[in-house]
Design a protein around this ligand. Structure first.
Ligand SMILES: NC(=O)c1ccc[n+]([C@@H]2O[C@H](COP(=O)([O-])OP(=O)(O)OC[C@H]3O[C@@H](n4cnc5c(N)ncnc54)[C@H](OP(=O)(O)O)[C@@H]3O)[C@@H](O)[C@H]2O)c1
Length: 279
């Protein structure tokens, strides 16, 4: 298949590119090639003659989205509309990468695909808007919600690995809970998903859930760190955006198709081993 990837130089885009590139023809588009803040993006995408567009490009700075909700809307909702319109013109299928932050965090069990979305911040609203335009404009789409991504070289795991080199003591939020997800594993799941005609909404996260504090503790154990780790409360972590405190995702729909991801702890260990090997 001829597959276009938006945001191809981002954390997830790079691993989607590598994974799908082993079996498909890839056209990798960065912001310089196709800026989704402008309607010209439609032309640029239709010119590719793609069979599938995988669309992880987004304005992903959650605090930035709180400061500039218009930009969040322009990139994440309207930009996704341009991508969906291009798919409509091409008759192409769309994989739209969405987020755990479409949920409000008030659940008492991991969210399943058919739970009601209720975003509480501009980032979440803009990504939910993206989901809605995809549902309105297309029939052949996969909406893939991921969460707490790590891959590449700029993410929570890398931040913790850096902090334990620099400090004797660090503090991490103990009451924000989510599903850490390795970009390579999520990309492999997308590769499996697009081989099926089972269009719809999917949660694709590594198995299990943890708090930021537990996530950091696991990273520190794997790295053999002696640094002291203190718990802190989400409300004491001052930032421009509110964040949903409890958003683990349950991969019900993907599991039913036999698409399963390993436990997040195994994925973190593997990722850190890969990082160490590349040093
Ligand atoms: N990171 C997470 O923990 C997480 C969690 C849940 C869901 N997600 C979703 O997963 C997807 C990928 O996230 P990520 O971590 O890979 O993010 P990322 O590293 O920030 O990558 C996003 C990419 O989108 C591009 N982009 C931004 N504005 C654009 C525009 N106007 N036109 C075209 N491209 C534009 C960026 O290009 P520039 O670098 O040039 O700005 C960047 O390459 C996103 O859809 C995000 O909402 C991420």
């Amino acid at each position: 298949m001829r597959i276009v990837i938006t945001g191809a130089h981002g954390q997830f885009g790079q691993d989607i590119q590598t994974t799908l590139g082993t079996t498909h023809e890839i056209i990798a588009l960065g912001r310089d090639d196709c800026d989704l803040e402008h309607s010209k993006a439609i032309e640029c995408l239709t010119a590719t003659n793609a069979d599938v567009i995988v669309h992880p490009a987004a304005y992903t700075n959650v605090d930035g989205c709180a400061r500039d909700p218009q930009r969040a809307y322009r990139v994440n909702t309207l930009g996704t509309k341009y991508v969906a319109l291009a798919c409509q013109q091409l008759g192409a299928r769309l994989v739209y990468v969405s987020t755990n932050e479409v949920f409000d965090g008030h659940a008492e069990r991991p969210y399943v695909e058919y739970d009601t979305a209720a975003p509480i911040n501009s980032y979440g609203w803009s990504k939910w808007g993206g989901e809605q335009v995809v549902r309105e404009l297309l029939q052949q789409f996969y909406i893939v919600r991921v969460a707490w991504l790590f891959g590449g070289e700029r993410n929570f795991v890398c931040t913790v690995l850096r902090l334990i080199q620099e400090r004797d003591e660090i503090a991490m939020v103990a009451d924000e809970v989510g599903s850490p997800t390795y970009t390579v594993d999520a990309a492999a799941a997308i590769a499996q998903l697009i081989e099926t005609p089972c269009y719809g909404t999917y949660h694709i996260v590594n198995d299990g859930a943890c708090s930021r504090y537990e996530f950091a503790r696991t990273i520190m154990e794997i790295a053999g760190a002696q640094t002291i780790l203190q718990p802190m409360a989400l409300q004491d972590y001052k930032r421009d955006s509110v964040v949903p405190s409890y958003t683990p995702l349950d991969n019900v729909a993907a599991s039913a198709l036999g698409i399963r991801l390993r436990p997040w702890q195994e994925a973190v260990r593997y990722y850190i081993e890969q990082l160490n090997m590349s040093l």
